[in-house]
Design a protein around this ligand. Structure first.
Ligand SMILES: [Zn+2]
Length: 188
C-alpha cells in the first residue's frame, strides 16, 4: 500500500471512533513491507482507559501478531522469553550486544502527531519510522493538549505540572541489582 492509502486508513479508523463515540479522532496502522500488520483507534471514551490511544492500541496488537508465542504473565511461564533477539548494528554505541527485535522493520502511520506517551511507546517498540497527518498544533486547536506535555517535559522536575520527586533511592536499588545479577537477563 502507498503512504497516502495508509494515512487514509488511519483517518478512517479515527473517524469511525468519533462516529461510534468510542474516543477522540485518532487512528493508526503499523506497516511492514507495505502491508498493514495491525490497526488501532482511540477508545478512551469506550474503555475509560486513559492509555487507550490509537498508537498504543496498534503497538499492542502488532506485538501480539508478531510474537504469537509470547505467554501471558503467569508463574508457570517463568524463565521463558519467546522474543526474537537481534545483534546491535555495526558501529552502534549501544553497550548491550543484542536486544529484542520488537517492531523493528515496521513503521507506524497515524492520523495525528503522537502524544509523548505514544511517542515513548514507539521508542520502546523500536519502530523504524512515524508518519502522521495532523500536527500537534492542529490537535491543540480541537482541545487535546498533547503539545503541553511536550512543553512540560522540557521544564526542570520541580517546575512540572505533576509532582515528581526521587525518594528512597536505596530501596529501588534492590530490584536493579536483581536485574544486573541475573546472568541470562535479556535486554530489550
Ligand atoms: Zn497518545
Amino acid at each position: 500500500m502507498e503512504p497516502r492509502e495508509l494515512i487514509a486508513e488511519a483517518v478512517r479508523l479515527a473517524t469511525e471512533s468519533v462516529d461510534k463515540g468510542w474516543g477522540g479522532p485518532f487512528g493508526a496502522v503499523i506497516v511492514r513491507d507495505g502491508e498493514i500488520v495491525a490497526r488501532g483507534q482511540n477508545r478512551v471514551l469506550l474503555t475509560g482507559d486513559p492509555t487507550a490511544h490509537a498508537e498504543v492500541e496498534t503497538i499492542r496488537k502488532a506485538a501480539q501478531i508478531l510474537n504469537p508465542e509470547a505467554p501471558s504473565i503467569a508463574e508457570e511461564h517463568q524463565n521463558e522469553s519467546t522474543l526474537e533477539y537481534v545483534p546491535r548494528p555495526e558501529g552502534s554505541p549501544d553497550p548491550v550486544p543484542e536486544r529484542a527485535r520488537m517492531l523493528q522493520g515496521c513503521s507506524i502511520y497515524s492520523s495525528g502527531a503522537p502524544c509523548p506517551m505514544c511517542m515513548s511507546a514507539i521508542y520502546w517498540s523500536r519502530l523504524d519510522a512515524v508518519y502522521f497527518s495532523c500536527g500537534l498544533e492542529d490537535t491543540r486547536r480541537i482541545g487535546f493538549d498533547d503539545a503541553f506535555q511536550y512543553e512540560d517535559f522540557r521544564r526542570p522536575l520541580d517546575q512540572r505540572r505533576i509532582t515528581i520527586r526521587q525518594i528512597y533511592p536505596e530501596l529501588g536499588a534492590g530490584a536493579y541489582e536483581a536485574w544486573s545479577h541475573r546472568v541470562d537477563h535479556h535486554a530489550y
